[in-house]
Design a protein around this ligand. Structure first.
Ligand code: BV8
Ligand code: ZN
Length: 243
């Protein structure tokens, strides 16, 4: 089916929906100029996210990991939400029950006004003390390398979920609750490779949700989608809200 007719179908599903859940990945921020993880521009000094976003890498070389995060903070600090982020934020007023689950750590959904959300992989503007676990917002650009805790002098780390680290219990619970009650689940701009987020579509599907995937390409979860809209999130997501 062409995008036109699929779009009409998805709009009908959404107009009848009481409860909508949206799952986003790096693709929704690509249109704001934030490099995706697995796209060509996802590399940094020929390191890959999987090599640097781990507790082992931080323990071995905290300076290198902080240099990577400082580079990303400097880049993200100049980026603004795009119409896809804004449309997702507007959905909070549109549906009786709405929840956003984002894998992105760039904070652009918050900047666009989203409040009903779980940032399941953390937020690049939040840091946490490795000693006293104090959490605080730190928007310094550049950030002092190595940043120390104002309370105990311990080494601060990004408040981000690294590979091999488990997600926060509260985020997992909120996500499961939203997915299990949704009438429609939109999966936007994620390659569906990173777990447990990559399994969230199946949870919603199992609970009877109508699954819509919005992506430039097909992904491992395209097979469970009831409708796929191929294209840029910034072009397609706003169209879902049109009367
Ligand atoms: C955990 C923070 C367990 C870092 C991130 C099997 C084998 C090996 C390992 C595992 C396995 N199963 C599970 C694991 C472990 C691992 C994992 O899944 N690994 C993967 C690589 C296989 N998972 C974990 O470690 C997770 N923890 O499982 O804990 C546990 C349990 C108990 C006790 C201890 C441990 C933690 C995962 C979190 C990792 N942290 N981020 C940072 O950002 O600095 S993940 C990282 O990838 C980002 O958060 C990112 O969001 C996420 C997923 O990537 P995507 O968002 O999908 O982005 P990507 O670039 O891949 O794709 C972009 C998509 O957008 C593409 O499809 C593209 O086509 C599309 N697109 C591009 N432009 C556009 C677009 N679409 C629309 N419009 C556009 N304009
Ligand atoms: Zn401390």
């Amino acid at each position: 089916m062409g995008t036109g007719s699929t779009l009409g179908l998805v709009r009908d599903k959404l107009s009848a929906a009481q409860s909508v859940t949206v799952l986003t990945g790096a693709g929704i921020s690509a249109d704001s100029g934030v490099p995706t993880f697995r796209g060509a521009d996802g590399l940094w000094r020929n390191f890959r996210a999987e090599d640097l976003a781990t507790p082992e890498a931080f323990a071995r070389d905290p300076r290198l990991v902080w240099e990577w995060y400082n580079w990303r903070r400097e880049l993200i600090a100049t980026k603004r939400p795009n119409p896809a982020h804004e449309a997702v934020a507007a959905m909070e007023q549109r549906f009786k029950r709405f929840w956003l689950i984002t894998q992105n750590v760039d904070g652009l959904h918050r900047d666009a006004g989203s409040r009903q959300l779980s940032e399941i992989h953390g937020n690049i503007w939040m840091v946490r003390c490795t000693q006293c676990r104090k959490m605080l917002e730190n928007r310094a650009v550049p950030i002092t390398i190595l940043p120390l805790c104002p309370s105990c002098g311990g080494l601060l780390r990004p408040h981000i979920v690294w590979f091999g680290e488990s997600l926060e219990e509260e985020d997992l619970e909120r996500s499961a609750a939203a997915l299990q009650r949704s009438d429609v689940c939109l999966i936007v701009g994620t390659s569906g490779l990173v777990y447990p987020a990559a399994g969230f579509g199946a949870i919603a599907k199992q609970a009877g949700a109508y699954i819509v995937e919005i992506n430039l390409d097909s992904t491992p979860q395209s097979s469970l989608a009831d409708a796929t809209l191929q294209g840029r999130a910034r072009d397609l997501v706003p169209l879902l809200l049109e009367p």
